[in-house]
Write a protein that binds this ligand. Structure first.
Ligand code: GLC
Length: 431
């Protein structure tokens, strides 16, 4: 009872309210959600000691490297070319407004200053510096938000017991409470040592043990108590749980399930989809399967049309550099956003059911029609548009276009010239 009263007092003070199944976010949290949705485009960064092996962040698991052997490579990790400001500038030039970075991935190695385990960049590498400090400072200086990716899954720690059978919500023969406490200690560090630039925690790895009791209620409460404004997302691939503030979709637009793992419905929380530039999250030296600038822009546009942010990944090299191919691609995406950002940033999606030809975004009294595939007829129909239309024009040339509004929707007649093959944007003003 005493504990309960203490809890009510603490949560009451910061204004977060929780019960078994519900969670009421604070005003700051709601404000952050809005701003997050306005930001639209973020940089995902997968960087760890695995980058040394240049074969993705799953290399330890995929190549069956024993943990004892793998952990020793930390002694080779010295990113002498790491420059946080340079990373932030690459993100900014791409038009990205926030960064989400791996602070600890499934290999269990902490890329930040932590007292909770010596297996970290300060103690186990010759580098002995905390890159998250630099990144937080650089993001703060440049007006980007910083979110921390945090792995629930750990291939190495005894108390996690990777591969153990889960009985009654706990791995057999391990000290599961110790693991939960370890995570809580690290999350406390992440939320108290890097300042208000930190906007979110992005969990991953839940899917490794679906029947485990992850103590989410406790963990989420801790986060919201320490920082009520901080948004929680969890890449668990299922329906959102109480306490979560935005919903992650991995390698799919909301509603998509092309890999067979996105089994959850679409919530009414802010949405985000993440994707890679080639096929890898962590640096992979042989993967040259680069997506084109056009494909990435179209994905960003479709995400916005689905009311989702786009978190696009880079896996920097072990020396701290982001590979040139990524930098070049991102720069071109940024140039497109310089011209067309008005139709993306600050918009909301879900205006009409997704048509064959593209998508629609909306901001205030403007609808932006994005034609990504040239339709076979010379007009398109936007069903269910009930707001009164005042005018329709080409976004790039500002030339007026023919239109008619009927009970079944808005008919827009396309420009006579060939449409822009990345995205022909048409602007509709409504009253
Ligand atoms: C998957 C992978 C992980 C990666 C993540 C990013 O969950 O296990 O390596 O970090 O996707 O979405």
């Amino acid at each position: 009872m005493k504990k309960l009263i203490a809890l009510i007092i603490v949560t009451g003070l910061v204004g977060v309210s929780y019960s078994q199944t519900t969670y009421t976010p604070t005003a700051e949290n709601l404000k952050n959600r809005q701003e997050f949705q306005d930001r639209k485009f973020g940089m995902f960064i997968h960087w760890g000691i695995y980058s040394l092996l240049a074969d993705g962040e799953w290399v330890m698991f995929n190549k069956k490297i024993p943990y004892e052997k793998y952990s020793k490579i930390a002694n080779e990790f010295y990113p002498h070319d790491f420059n946080a400001t340079e990373w932030v500038q690459i993100a900014k030039a791409a038009g990205m407004k926030y960064i989400t970075i791996t602070t600890r991935h499934h290999d269990g190695f902490s890329m930040f200053n932590t007292k909770a385990s010596p297996y970290n960049i300060m103690e186990a590498t010759p580098y002995k510096k905390d890159p998250m400090k630099d990144l937080a400072a650089a993001c703060k200086a440049e007006g980007l938000k910083l979110n921390f990716y945090y792995s629930l899954l750990d291939w190495g720690r005894k108390d996690y017991g990777f591969g153990k059978k889960i009985v009654n919500g706990r791995p057999e023969d391990t000290d599961w409470d110790s693991y939960i406490n370890f995570m809580k200690a690290q999350l406390t560090e992440l939320l108290t040592n890097y300042g208000d630039v930190v906007g979110g925690i992005w969990f991953d790895g839940d899917w490794e043990r679906k029947t485990a009791n992850w103590h989410y209620e406790e963990i989420y409460q801790l986060i919201h108590r320490l920082r009520p404004d901080v948004m929680i997302s969890n890449n668990h691939h299922s329906d959102i749980k109480p306490g979560e503030d935005y919903q992650a979709f991995e390698k799919d637009l909301p509603g998509g399930n092309s890999h067979g793992w996105n089994s959850g419905g679409i919530s009414n929380l802010p949405l985000e989809t993440c994707e890679t530039i080639n096929g890898a999250w962590g640096f992979n030296i042989t993967d040259k399967n680069y997506k084109s600038v056009k494909a990435l822009i179209q994905y960003l546009v479709k995400a916005a049309g689905h009311n989702a942010n786009f978190l696009l990944n880079v896996g920097p090299q072990a020396d701290g550099k982001i590979q040139q191919e990524f930098v070049d691609t991102l720069k071109k995406v940024g140039e497109w956003l310089q011209q067309n950002g008005e139709s993306i940033y600050g918009t909301r999606g879900g205006v009409i059911p997704t048509p064959e030809w593209g998508t629609v975004t909306q901001k205030d009294k403007k609808l932006f029609i994005h034609i990504l595939n040239t339709p076979s007829q010379d007009f398109i129909l936007l069903p269910r548009i009930t707001q009164k239309v005042a005018g329709v024009q080409s976004f790039s040339s500002k030339q007026s276009l023919k239109w008619k509004q009927q009970p079944e929707g808005l008919f827009v007649y396309l420009p006579a010239n060939a449409l822009n093959e990345t995205d022909e944007i048409i602007e509709v003003s409504v009253k």
